[in-house]
Design a binder for this molecule. Structure first.
Ligand code: PLP
Length: 391
């Protein structure tokens, strides 16, 4: 079924602030990797709501865990201990790279990064953060200060710390930038919004070395790349790089607002009660969802599924308007000859949802980890069909 993608979205309300340019499809339900609108039109979701719907839609394990927890106790703050919060922290620590075993739950990726930066600046007593060009770390004050290009929209009169950006892949620049004023280096192992740009093991290991040389801390921002999306639990596992702090969010609770800062025991030992805090972070429903997501990843062999189908996408989807592929696992950038936004619109006309990136010629795929072979075949067929389309 095809749809006019230039038509205004149906049911736009009069009161919702229109800060987002939206696509012309209004889902009302979802099942597996499929979304459906009121008319019954089904769209295959290769974007997962910005990499959030790790288990797709209506996953029985997730629905059951969240429904049971909601009925039992839908909320309590951190003023009272909760068994389900302890369980989620234990499971996440076991899922995270060795050595990272203290978890602080928050509500979003930006909040996780905000706290990681706060901890690094506070514990080292140093004023500078080294970040990487083209990175995205969030829209709050500190996270946006280390985000590349945020000058355009930052909005605050000054940043809360000194920030030095280094070019991607430039190991010499990285070593030169990290010095005795540096509290931390913050880096996404595979840059998400930049178009699934893989920074690679050499650069990440150089970041670790530079930090070790100057007693600075390494923060891996795995908000987008974490929770199995790269075919390993985290990028830290894929590249064998041990961070001091790791942040994650998005797929962590499969769609329930949630983020986490995961730290080494040494760092956590220096934090005293009251130094970090949040009202909603670590709420019982999000924690039940985290346990369900980790259960599904482990019991349904989803890491293997990601690796297998990622290889199939690489083999079959570099076709038609797609001339190459970058990224890892299910954090994929398809390099396009036409503008990626045009290809996204043409695919949506063919009932496949994908996303753009800050690179105008990279189309992003962030599908649910439960994706199936037949879904990849549908994408490959649609791309092949678009070979002769003038986009
Ligand atoms: C790598 C990375 N870090 C941080 C964030 C911010 O996360 P949130 O939007 O949950 O605040 C994002 C969001 O896209 C991201 O991709």
């Amino acid at each position: 079924m095809t749809t006019d993608t230039t038509a205004p979205a149906k049911h736009r309300g009069a009161h919702l602030d229109e800060v987002y340019p939206t696509l012309p499809f209004t889902p009302v339900s979802g099942s597996g990797a499929w979304l459906e609108d009121e008319s019954g039109r089904r769209v295959l979701d290769f974007y997962g709501g910005h990499a959030v719907a790790a288990l797709g839609y209506g996953h029985p394990r997730l629905i059951e865990a969240v429904s049971k927890q909601t009925a039992r106790l839908h909320f309590q703050s951190n003023v009272l201990p909760l068994g389900i919060r302890d369980e989620a922290a234990d499971r996440l620590a076991a899922f995270a790279p060795r050595g990272l075993d203290r978890v602080f739950f928050v509500n979003s990726g930006a909040e996780a990064n905000e706290n990681a930066l706060r901890v690094a600046l506070k514990l080292t007593g140093r004023p500078k953060i080294v970040a990487v060009e083209h990175s995205f770390h969030g829209r709050t004050a500190a996270a946006a200060a280390v985000t590349w290009g945020s000058k355009k929209w930052y909005g605050f009169p000054r940043t809360p710390m000194d920030v030095q950006f280094v070019p991607r892949g430039d190991v010499a620049a990285l070593h030169a930038a990290v010095d005795e004023r540096t509290a931390a280096v913050i880096v996404e192992p595979v840059q998400g919004l930049a178009g699934a740009y893989d920074l690679g093991a050499d650069f990440l290991r150089a970041a670790r070395q530079a930090c070790d040389r100057h007693d600075a801390l390494l923060i891996l921002d795995e908000v987008q790349s974490g929770m199995g999306r790269l075919g390993k639990p985290f990028g830290a596992d894929l590249y064998r790089v041990a961070p001091d702090l790791l942040t994650t969010a998005k797929g962590l609770a499969g769609g329930f607002p949630c983020g986490a800062l995961i730290m080494t025991r040494t760092i956590a030992a220096e934090l005293t009660p009251g130094q970090l805090g949040t009202t909603f972070g670590g709420g019982p429903v999000a924690c039940a969802a985290i346990v369900a997501v980790i259960d599904a990843i482990e019991q349904e062999n989803l890491l293997e599924n990601v690796r297998t189908l990622s290889a199939l996408i690489r083999q079959t989807c570099v076709t038609g308007p797609v001339v190459g592929m970058q990224g890892e696992g299910f954090l994929i950038g398809l390099k396009t000859t036409p503008p990626a936004a045009k290809l996204r619109d043409a695919l949506l006309e063919r009932d496949i949802l994908t996303g753009t990136s800050t690179d105008p010629h990279v189309l992003r795929l962030l599908p649910p980890l439960i994706l199936e072979r037949s879904h990849v075949e549908l994408l490959a067929a649609a791309l092949t069909e678009l070979a002769d389309a003038s986009l």
